[in-house]
Design a protein around this ligand. Structure first.
Ligand SMILES: Cc1ncc(COP(=O)(O)O)c(C=O)c1O
Length: 365
């Protein structure tokens, strides 16, 4: 099976082999060495400084988001959430569950986030934090994190906390926590890092955390960020981690450092452009018209109305190619999209195979 889904992705044999390594004890030195290597490697890839640390959590991306979002805010906060898709809306849902005061600007899916909208709120609304998604996986849209980060830098005396969900963006999009004034950023190994699901992580600006730590009280025993920070000082986790995921993650981080984010992005862009060009012959067009807002590795195509999306998805699946075909709303109208990713071990030959299958599906002999 070739996963052309936006995570998990198909991974190389090297990564799979790393899972079969002997189990180590999470309170012994070899684990601490492994934790330190992975954590430092991630901080480097996030372009962190000596103010930043990366923490590892045993669970999916939502866990990393919920640990941070439930641990850093208090009743005097006002968090501005700007969403334009499913995962942005999920940030608002998590904050709501934890009763964090919030202003949610809920844009239509696929609409472009205008940084000026954020500027207006920063000037007038008593906002203490901004939370957003970097790459809205549900639509394949890249949001202007860099521009919003710059704005936040201009309002330095307001000490705005900036939370970014980079679950899909990390490893392929242009992210720099130092340049972009990001206080907390989260991601997972199983997307552009080309590794395995089961772990998630966050890169934290300790200055921001320390300025907040005394004002918040833990909402949960298991999701208490302060415990993760405390244990990470000795390179351990508060509870038993998903140990067999650590070696593959170390390898994924090393492979990313070797290839570099810039080169990986170029590799994805080439495949993405090949995919978009070839797929247009079958009437599948990217739903985001402006190419500058399209992600390097994830494209949402509108399924032509004459195509039965479920039947096509099933046909592809039966022939070894897995894609994601959810129902979406666009301007309050139900549409079918096919979300295809070129992350992981996807190569041009797999895209050719996809085209051949769509061809035979459309014109059966
Ligand atoms: C942008 C974004 N945020 C959060 C998540 C949730 O991650 P998970 O399914 O790993 O909990 C996803 C999942 O694809 C995502 O794409």
């Amino acid at each position: 099976m070739m996963l052309m889904t936006p995570g998990p992705v198909s991974v190389s044999q090297k990564i799979l082999d790393a899972v079969a390594s002997p189990v180590i004890f999470h309170r012994a030195e070899d684990f601490a060495v492994l934790y330190q290597e992975v954590s430092q490697g991630l901080t480097e890839q996030f372009r962190g400084s000596d103010k930043h640390i990366s923490l590892l959590f045993s669970g999916s991306g939502t866990l990393a988001n919920e640990i941070i979002l439930s641990s850093i805010f208090h009743e005097n906060d006002k968090v501005l959430v700007v969403s334009n898709g499913d995962y942005g809306e999920r940030i608002a849902k998590i904050l709501m569950m934890h009763e964090v005061p919030m202003l949610h600007i809920q844009l239509e899916w696929y609409s472009i986030i205008d940084p000026m909208l954020i500027r207006e709120q920063l000037q007038t609304e008593g906002i203490t934090a901004v939370a957003m998604v970097a790459l809205e996986t549900s639509t394949g849209m890249v949001n202007p994190v860099k521009e919003i980060g710059q704005l936040i830098g201009e309002y330095q005396d307001q000490k705005i906390t900036f939370f970014v969900d980079a679950v899909s963006a990390f490893g392929s999009e242009d992210i720099d926590v130092t340049r972009d004034n990001i206080s907390y950023i989260t991601s997972v190994p199983n997307k552009a890092l080309e590794g395995l699901s089961g772990i998630s992580f966050a890169c934290v600006n300790l200055e921001d955390y320390e300025s907040r730590a005394l004002l918040v009280k833990p909402q949960s025993f298991y999701m208490d960020l302060s415990k993760y920070i405390e244990f990470s000082r000795e390179f351990y986790t508060p509870t038993t981690p998903s140990i067999s995921n650590f070696l593959p993650l170390k390898l994924s981080v090393e492979l990313l450092a070797e290839e570099t984010i810039e080169q990986r992005r170029l590799r994805y862009e080439k495949l993405r452009d090949y995919l978009i060009q070839g797929f247009s012959k079958y009437g599948f067009l990217p739903i985001i018209p402006e190419s500058k807002y399209r992600a390097a590795a994830v494209v949402a195509f509108q399924v032509p109305s004459e195509v039965d999306a479920d039947a096509l998805r099933k046909y592809l699946y039966q022939n070894g190619i897995v894609v994601w075909s959810p129902k979406h709303y666009l301007y309050r109208q139900t549409i079918r999209v096919m979300i295809i990713s070129v992350m992981g071990t996807v190569r041009q030959s797999h895209i050719d195979q996809l085209f051949e299958l769509v061809q035979t599906y459309s014109n059966p002999k």
